[in-house]
Design a protein around this ligand. Structure first.
Ligand code: C5P
Length: 210
């Protein structure tokens, strides 16, 4: 049986960096599930298709290939915004969750990060982490990333977007963002990536010995 690590949390909490590091250290496959929503959104935007038609969005989600998802291509702010609109559609979620579950079965182990991994996609994951940070810290990180990527950004509007994205992710009816009952909470507001990794590593090592 494979060993699955589920990592959830709001946008820009640091779960992507943490997930990649964990996957690299343990030699596990990694899927950033946000990219599946982003790729679906970008395919619709590129084809000039509407973002509010569930049947069309479901069809695009069903055709999605997991190989070749690239954060650099999908990073744009408007793609993330469009993704979070599609993420409220049950048919889109069903299609993407099916692909995510088949990825989670890969040997010897997998790390999946997103919003509903511990609660919906992999409820039996061996380890569940819920990575969070204050909205202000997350907006600051997002802002710094956008500036570093050469995008123009205004801190106040990034902060408003982070709060709006949280509301949409936490408030939706289907698979809202919330910690699983058995998730370990990691607040990265005042913790660097190295400290967060060490905390995660202690939890994972205990589970691997079981
Ligand atoms: O994490 P990222 O910003 O790339 O995700 C984009 C959007 O995709 C999120 O705002 C969220 O609405 C949606 N998403 C989701 N469930 C996941 C991963 C992402 O609903 N497991």
């Amino acid at each position: 049986m494979t060993f699955t690590i589920a990592i959830d949390g709001p946008a820009a909490a640091g779960k992507g960096t943490l997930s990649r590091r964990i996957a690299e250290v343990y030699g596990f496959h990694h899927l950033d599930t946000g990219l599946t929503y982003r790729a679906t959104a970008k395919a619709l935007l590129d084809a000039g298709l509407p973002l509010d038609d569930e049947t069309i969005a479901e069809k695009v989600a069903l055709d999605l290939e997991l190989a070749g998802l690239d954060r650099a291509v999908l990073a744009k702010h408007e793609v993330g915004e469009a993704a979070s609109k599609l993420a409220v559609m049950p048919a889109v979620r069903r299609a993407l969750v099916k692909a995510q579950r088949s990825f989670a079965d890969r040997e010897p182990g997998t790390v999946l990060d997103g919003r509903d991994i511990g609660t919906v996609v992999c409820p039996d994951a061996a380890v569940k982490l819920y990575v969070t940070a204050s909205a202000d810290v997350r907006a600051r990180r997002r802002y710094d990333e956008m500036i570093a990527a050469g995008e123009s950004a205004d801190y106040e509007s990034v902060f408003e977007d982070v709060k709006k994205r949280d509301e949409r992710d936490m408030g939706r009816i289907d698979s809202p963002l919330k910690p699983a009952a058995d998730a370990h909470l990691l607040d990265t507001s005042k913790m660097g990536i190295e400290a967060a990794f060490q905390a995660a590593k202690s939890i994972i090592d205990v589970a691997l010995k079981r």
